[in-house]
Design a protein around this ligand. Structure first.
Ligand code: DX5
Ligand code: ZN
Length: 216
C-alpha cells in the first residue's frame, strides 16, 4: 500500500500568475504537483506546454512533477516534457506505440503512468500493468477542470486495486477529476492512493485542513 498523496492541479490556478498557486502549495507539506497538458485534439481544450513546466521547476525543485499528457501523439513529446517532469502519464485511447512510449519515459529515468478515460474499460490497461508506476483512472471526461465526479468509476478503481493485489504489482492508482473532500475519501475506500485536486483545492478556505482530509 502506498502512502496517500494529494496532487494539486495547476490547471485550476491563475494562469497569469502560476507562481501564486505554486507558492500556496509550497507552504504545505505537499509532495506532488499535477500538470495537465492538453493539445486541442485528444481533448477539446488547450492548457500550457513544456516551457511553462520548465519555468515552474526552479520555483519548486523538490516537488514531484506529475505530468499528465492529454495528447493525441504523446510519443512525439516525451523528450520535451522529460526535462522538468518526474513522471509522465500517457493515455491508452489514442493510436500510437504505447509500450514503446512507456519504455521511452522510463529510459529517461522518469516514472511512467497510463491513463484511462471514464468510459475506457480496465481491460485496455491490462497488457501494460507490469510496465507502469501509476494507473490514472479519470473520474471526469478529460479536457476541463471543475466537472462533476463520475461515481461509476469507483467500481473500476476497486477492480484495479484487486488486480494489483492479486498480481502483487507496485503501481499507484490515481484519480483525477471532481475529486474533493467528499469524493476523495470514496476513491480511497475503493483503493485509490493518489488524488488529483484542481478546483476543490484552490477553492478550499483552509488548504491545510483540505490536505489532511485527503492524505490523513
Ligand atoms: C481534466 C484534468 C484534471 C482536472 C482536475 O482534464 O486532467 O486534472 O484539471 O480538475 P478538477 O479537480 O477541477 O476536476
Ligand atoms: Zn490531470
Amino acid at each position: 500500500p502506498f502512502p496517500p498523496k494529494l496532487a494539486p492541479s495547476m490547471l485550476a490556478g491563475n494562469h497569469a500568475n502560476l507562481r501564486d498557486g505554486l507558492e500556496k502549495i509550497l507552504k504545505l507539506p505537499i509532495e506532488w504537483l499535477h500538470l495537465d497538458i492538453m493539445d486541442g485534439h485528444f481533448v477539446p481544450n488547450l492548457s500550457f506546454g513544456p516551457k511553462t513546466i520548465d519555468d515552474l521547476r526552479p520555483i519548486a525543485p523538490d516537488l514531484f512533477f506529475d505530468t499528465h499528457l492529454m495528447l493525441a501523439r504523446p510519443d512525439l513529446m516525451i523528450d520535451a516534457f522529460a526535462k522538468s517532469s518526474d513522471q509522465i502519464t500517457i493515455h491508452v485511447e489514442p493510436f500510437y506505440p504505447i509500450r514503446e512510449t512507456l519504455h521511452a519515459i522510463r529510459d529517461k529515468g522518469l516514472k511512467a503512468g497510463l491513463a484511462l478515460n471514464p468510459g475506457t474499460p480496465l481491460e485496455r490497461a491490462l497488457p501494460f500493468l507490469e510496465e507502469i508506476d501509476l494507473l490514472l483512472l479519470m473520474t471526469v471526461q478529460p479536457g476541463f477542470g471543475g466537472q462533476s465526479f463520475r461515481t461509476e468509476v469507483l467500481e473500476k478503481i476497486q477492480a484495479a486495486d484487486q488486480i494489483r493485489r492479486e498480481k502483487d504489482l507496485p503501481f499507484r492508482i490515481e484519480v483525477d477529476g471532481g475529486v474533493d473532500a467528499e469524493t476523495g475519501p470514496q476513491c480511497r475506500q475503493a483503493g485509490a492512493d493518489t488524488f488529483v485536486c484542481g478546483t476543490a483545492f484552490f477553492k478550499a478556505d483552509n488548504l491545510e485542513k483540505f490536505r489532511q482530509g485527503i492524505e490523513e
